[in-house]
Write a protein that binds this ligand. Structure first.
Ligand code: IDP
Ligand code: MG
Length: 144
């Protein structure tokens, strides 16, 4: 019989494997970590985005000093966008990704194992349930 408590806690989050992950051949390694943790891939697409999509995705950061080079970076080549689902997926993915600055991220996290950069840090994960809903709508409008 289905356990209703499992259904209740299932959550979706938007993940990006940024252009550095694709260029460095880390897509398989990174996806594998999410899958092994028990998260389910419910959508996945490789695409190259334009500046307009970058501005929408990073709406909260567009006025920041670091945004222009971030915009150039995320539009610099193909990335992989995906939606992951699982119990507490937003928080779990942020934990797997590690701290924003790869130099400070803990070993065992994606950023802590593979990044030495504050910008080219391989992955994006939604930071809240509200952000996840907005970002999934932006990247995978057919899913909502
Ligand atoms: P997050 O990806 O861990 O949620 P945010 O603060 O939301 O981190 O920043 C979004 C992205 O902007 C980061 O993942 C990183 O690529 C870039 N970024 C953030 N802070 C800096 C910075 O101080 N210098 C350069 N790039 C930054
Ligand atoms: Mg963020």
């Amino acid at each position: 019989m289905a356990d209703p408590t499992i259904q209740k806690t299932a959550q979706r989050t938007l993940v990006l494997l940024k252009p550095d992950a694709v260029r460095r051949g880390l897509v398989g390694e990174i996806l594998s970590r999410f899958e092994k943790r028990g998260l389910t891939i419910v959508a996945l697409d490789m695409r190259t985005i334009d500046g307009e999509q970058a501005d929408k995705h990073y709406a909260e950061h567009v006025e920041r000093d670091f945004y222009p080079p971030l915009r150039a970076f995320v539009t610099s080549g193909p990335l992989v966008a995906l939606v992951l689902e699982g119990d507490s997926a937003v928080e779990v993915v942020r934990g797997i990704n590690g701290a924003t600055d790869g130099r400070k991220a803990a070993p065992g996290t994606i950023r802590g194992d593979f990044s030495l950069s504050n910008r080219e840090n391989l992955v994006h994960g939604s930071d809240s349930a509200e952000s996840a809903e907005r970002e999934i709508g932006l990247w995978f409008p057919d899913l909502v």
